[in-house]
Design a protein around this ligand. Structure first.
Ligand code: FAD
Length: 391
């Protein structure tokens, strides 16, 4: 098999990349190790930045998102039994976000790819990327019980944190930057209308809590828990009781309970691999960087990476110049590090660190107080949340 761009992974990064390449008239093949149902039902991100929404629309993948997604103009910060709303359009000159689940983004992109795009092979596991330094890199992969080779002009590793692409970059040129956190998120899906029409980020002495949603009838909620927590050790009643305590306010706000249909624990990690390119191998999305989900940045960063790659490849085709391909890693990393910083700041401001002193806890509250009383501080949060520009 031969193609211009070999793509490993059919998460949001790989699927959107294939769509953007198709629209630009560049052929690609996507290899995905899991089956279609698995990719379409893996519960993860849910917040799309303004820029991501714009890219999906321009790619012809925004129709159902515009029908079923929930545009959000703000978030609520909750601390010290107080509530403070951050109004995004007022602070950012009109920017906002969209609540539309990653599962739905993937379903839309898969349907488009299978109907109009190049090959998308499920249950096709990439085993290794070879010849990244040459003009003809290859992907060795296993599909339908036999090994095959995909010859490419370029390979893009969109295979997430545990994928194989990153391993093809020699240790001598790799640098990694990492931080792990001593807590994770216990996430639930519940068949109950959201108790608030915008997301609530709650800082509480017992730990962080987040109220989010997937649709007008499905709530998504999270609780900070110790990193080694077994989700099944938390009964439904205990989860609702703990959420109620962490969201407590001085007014009459109440949390609606309902049947929990799914629970799982997600560890938190910050990670960046530099560079994001080696020869003709490019990394995009979680294959190159991970952020803790507090900033809702992971999927949005993946979108930024693949847009940057496609622009660079089109520039190469139109001008013959490889300057943007050469600048791919540096251009992506500027935005990546802003998202890393933002996600780290949000995590530190809202979570209970087991080693925090009473002094640290007062500083957390002072930060939140500053955001709720100083327009410049609030604007900085709103600009970060709605997204860092692609250029
Ligand atoms: C609980 C949770 C909540 C989150 N919330 C948010 C949020 O609110 N907002 C946000 O922006 N982000 C959020 N994220 C992060 C977001 O989900 C990820 O950043 C996003 O999935 C990255 O997309 P990706 O395509 O780079 O990687 P992935 O989605 O991980 O996709 C990689 C794909 O590659 C495939 N693959 C792996 N190895 C191989 C191989 N060898 N061969 C072939 N295929 C392979 C995998 O099966 C997978 O389908 C959240 C993540 C989690 C876990």
């Amino acid at each position: 098999m031969r193609t211009t761009v070999g793509i490993i992974g059919a998460g949001p990064a790989g699927l959107l990349l294939a769509r953007l390449l198709h629209n630009a008239g560049i052929d690609s093949v996507v290899l995905e190790s899991r089956d279609r149902a698995y990719v379409e039902h893996r519960q993860r991100a849910g917040i799309l930045e303004q820029g991501t929404v714009d890219v999906l629309r321009a790619a012809g993948a925004g129709k159902r998102m515009d029908r079923e997604g929930l545009p959000h103009d703000g978030i609520e910060l909750r601390f010290d039994r107080r509530r403070h709303r951050v109004d995004f359009p007022a602070l950012t000159g009109g920017r906002s976000v969209m609540v539309y689940a990653q599962t739905e983004v993937c379903k839309d992109l898969i349907a488009l790819q299978l109907k109009e795009g190049g090959p998308l092979l499920f249950e096709a596991e990439a085993l290794a990327v070879e010849g990244a330094e040459t003009d003809r890199p290859t992907i060795r992969f296993r599909h339908e019980g036999r090994e095959d080779v995909l010859e490419c002009d370029y390979v893009v590793g969109c295979d997430g944190f545990w994928g194989v692409a990153r391993k093809a970059i020699p240790a001598s040129v790799s640098q990694t930057f990492e931080r792990t956190y001593p807590f994770g998120w216990l996430g639930i899906l519940a068949d109950v209308p959201p108790s608030h029409d915008e997301l609530i980020y709650a800082r509480h002495d017992r730990g962080f809590a987040l109220l989010s949603m997937r649709s007008p009838s499905v709530s998504r909620l999270y609780l900070q828990v110790p990193v080694d927590t077994d989700a099944e050790s938390w009964s439904d009643e205990r989860i609702w009781d703990e959420l109620e305590r962490r969201f407590e306010t001085d007014d009459d706000w109440t949390l609606q309970r309902g049947p929990i249909t799914q629970k799982s624990v997600t560890p938190m990690r910050s990670y960046v691999h530099e560079p994001m390119r080696h020869g003709r191998l490019f990394l995009a999305g979680d294959a190159a960087h991970i952020v803790p989900p507090t900033g809702a940045k992971g999927l949005n960063l993946a979108v930024g990476d693949v847009v940057t790659f496609v622009r660079a490849l089109v520039h190469r085709r139109e001008t013959g110049s490889a300057e943007l391909l050469d600048a791919y890693s540096a251009n992506c990393l500027r935005r990546v590090w802003q998202a890393e910083r933002f996600s780290y700041d949000m995590t530190a401001m809202l979570h209970r660190d087991p080693d925090a002193t009473p002094f640290d806890r007062r500083v957390q509250l002072a930060r939140l107080d500053r955001i709720s009383s100083c327009r410049a501080a609030e604007t900085d949060l709103a600009l970060g949340y709605t997204g860092f520009p692609l250029d």
